[in-house]
Design a protein around this ligand. Structure first.
Ligand code: 6MZ
Ligand code: ZN
Length: 360
């Protein structure tokens, strides 16, 4: 049994994968966080011993996750660190055989560090340029030169989503949408709505999301991480290009989601670790999968939840009894839901055709 599991784990690793739901600051390596804590020292804002303990304990409830994000944002608050965590996140996804990564992040202002939302995003782009273990395709051109003309080097397509935090004011949210528009030629392909689901009002962010729609920017929303039927219904009314999580939907909202056929970003480990879903066997993946609803497996926060996209595929296979052909199809179909253009989709489809002979 153990040997079979090891073989399946390795197969999930080799499977080319598309990641549609990954937050930059949730994807920081533990080793980097601990190093940042050490460099930060005890300066009255963070007490290193307590923070180290928090990082190693991880998020075991939604509340704890958001306490940790507040800490991460103190640790990664300067341009150099933003550049570093971006480089490392892309290298980690590429090492896991991810061939397309839609990385999302909340552009942040920090006057003390001379940081604007735009300069934060410039640091992210600098991080993508610094990647050196893999060739990065951003906005249709390769950022890194093929080292020594080595055409066998791995390649990853990276596209960016700008996140609006639910607690932001309408004007700040609109500023993020305008920034996304300004950076459309720099790999930004859409807008995400995220943040602590117990904070903020749908009506506050709606004007910004409508603005994005008018500008032709695709939108994905974090939906149903807490029970809030009114908000879930408003999100379904908005009918975004994709939805994340969709955990705690009432029966009629669930049926409506299914009839709308909005593609869902499924985050198994995240939902279990935050205790949004009590047991993986009860996860709504099973129902959506059985109904042939469009969906894609995602990590959410690889660092915070100590997971990888391969691990998410492995968990789905073991829990829901999917075979390799089904897993392959699941990975391949995610290409249909990427926010990048048709050219990229064609490249990705070709990658899957090539991989079929190799791993099926
Ligand atoms: C666990 N489930 C979740 N639910 C809602 N929002 C989440 C999230 N996980 C991450 N984020 C959002 O992403 C930010 C961290 O990355 P960036 O600073 O943007 O790069 C968090 O502060 C939160 O706003
Ligand atoms: Zn998320």
């Amino acid at each position: 049994m153990e040997a079979i599991n090891a073989e399946l784990r390795q197969w999930c690793h080799e499977l080319p994968k598309v990641e549609l739901h990954a937050h930059l600051n949730g994807s920081i390596r533990d080793s980097t966080l601990l190093e940042l804590v050490k460099n930060h020292g005890d300066n009255g804002v963070l007490i290193s011993k307590d923070v180290e303990q928090m990082i190693l304990e991880k998020g075991t409830s939604l509340r704890k996750c958001f306490e940790l994000f507040a800490v991460y944002h103190v640790l990664a608050s300067d341009h150099e660190t933003v550049k570093r965590i971006t480089k490392e996140a892309v290298e980690d996804f590429a090492a896991d055989n991810c061939i397309y990564l839609e990385l999302r992040t909340t552009p942040k202002k920090n006057e003390a560090k001379g940081m604007t939302k735009r300069s934060y995003m410039d640091a992210v782009i600098d991080g993508l340029k610094a990647v050196d273990t893999v060739d990065v395709d951003l906005c249709g051109c390769e950022l890194t030169n093929k080292k020594n003309g080595d055409w066998r080097r791995k390649k990853i397509f990276v596209r960016l989503l700008l996140s609006i935090n639910r607690s932001e004011a309408t004007s700040a949210a609109i500023e993020t949408v305008n920034l996304a528009m300004e950076m459309k030629d720099m790999g930004v392909v859409g807008i995400d709505l995220s943040g602590d689901p117990t904070v903020g009002q749908w009506d506050t962010v709606l004007p910004a999301l409508e603005h994005a729609r008018k500008l032709g920017l695709p939108v994905t929303l974090h939906c149903g991480e807490v029970r809030n039927s009114k908000e879930i219904q408003a999100m379904l009314d908005f009918n975004p290009q994709r939805l994340g999580h969709v955990c705690l939907l009432a029966e009629e909202d669930w049926e409506r989601l299914k009839s709308l056929m909005i593609p869902v970003e499924i985050c198994l480990t995240s939902n279990i670790m935050t205790q949004t879903i009590p047991l993986i066997e009860y996860h709504h993946f099973a129902d959506l999968y059985k109904s042939k609803h469009p969906l894609s497996l995602c990590t959410d926060d690889t660092g915070l939840f100590s997971t990888t996209l391969s691990n998410e595929y492995y968990k789905a296979a073991v829990t829901f009894g999917l075979g390799k052909e089904e897993m392959f199809k699941l990975a391949q179909e995610a290409v249909d839901f990427v926010f990048a253009n048709e050219d990229v989709k064609k490249h990705l489809a070709q990658n899957y055709e090539e991989a079929k002979a190799r791993i099926l």
